[in-house]
Write a protein that binds this ligand. Sequence first.
Ligand SMILES: [Zn+2]
Ligand SMILES: [Zn+2]
Length: 460
Amino acid sequence: MSQYGFYTTYTHEGGGFDLAGLWYAKRKSGRAIVTDLVACHECDMLFHRDDIPPGARADCTRCGGELYRNIPKSLDRSLALYISTLIFMIIANFYPFITMQTSGIEATSLVFSGGLQLYEFGMEELGMVVFLTSILFPFICVTGVIYLLVPARFGHLPPLFGPVYRAVRVFETWSLLSVFMLGTLIAIVKLQSLATVNPGLGMVGFVLMLISYSAARANFDPEVLWQYCRVKQLAHNEVNAKEKVVTCHTCGLLRPDRPDLHRCERCSDSMHHRRTRSVQKTWAYLMAAAIMLVPANIYPVMTFKQLGLGSPDTILSGVLKLMSEGLFGLAFIVLFASIVVPLLKLTALSYLLYSVSNKSDWRPRDRTLLYRMTQLVGAWSMVDVFLVGLLSGLVSFGLLATIEPGIGATFFCAAVILTIMAAHTFDPRLIWDNTTLDENGYPPPQQEEAVTLEIVGTHR
Ligand SMILES: [Zn+2]
Ligand SMILES: [Zn+2]
């Protein structure tokens, strides 16, 4: 993504900054139409929604978070890409994923096999997680968006568009296709010494699905949906400079903060200034995750048996074994994803919670960046869970060689899910609530002079 220096400056005419920490893009009349405004999801700074050139992205000047994009022909492009994703998804799931050959025995497996095998080994919960995150949730996301976009293409929104949009947003967090792919690549490299591994048509479909799904998500602009939404014509869409506004965290709709408007009229999610009890809930998830990491590292995650011989491996002994086999690249990936990332995530989130509880105003922009990173890398820890699922699904050559999952993998999976939930419950806007205000409740001078929309990057 290249950067080009392009700025539109929107002069802020004596606007206020209320004690809840919200900017008012106050117009000359002292009133603003809420649909003309946009609030940053990460720091709650309020901007006027200006037109930006095609392919550009508007970023928040305070925390650097993305506000919105102008994606040319977003509706047509994303619809085409989502439909092709669905086609590739069908190919990926119904055709052979991997074929393995050893000593005259051939075994073929589908994407489904890993989860199913875990289920058959008596690890139902783990099998279920693998099935949900690699098959069902991505399927719900893709069909959900197609359900919204096809009628939108003809100028209206389908029934229940709000709940469907919300469901898509929730399940997107839990669709871990790229992590599954990384798990597959590691499994293939690991199995090279044991058997001849041939990728099948299903894997080709899976790779294509991954590419078109990423492109579809990058081209999807939810604003194209809201153009057909009646909320634009609704009452209560004006705020005056003295009024607080609340943002819907799911779809970004802004409303005046009035008791009768506490449910989003667009996506029907509940609206509030900050996520309720964010600090307490995040601490609870973090502690539970930390507790789960103990058995996850003590108990074996899998047992590899060749000709009936083999000993159980924990996460750490698995890494050491990979090293002794000379697979340093793989050892590094597993070490990083399974040990370093969960620990870093626990430390980073604990620090953020501590700083928020202590009302620290130290480097809020960097702390927001830290939060963004914990959100980004968190899901990659699931690679070990997929690896265990795939390996036990793939390697079942009877007496010759088997890989059995261990109870440690279930604890580890629980720890990863809890850290993802912790990152999700933490409200990054809390970081900005304690940045210095003067005695009138106004922000520091450099922010009061002008509200600048910074446009960075091209996107085509
Ligand atoms: Zn921001
Ligand atoms: Zn909403």
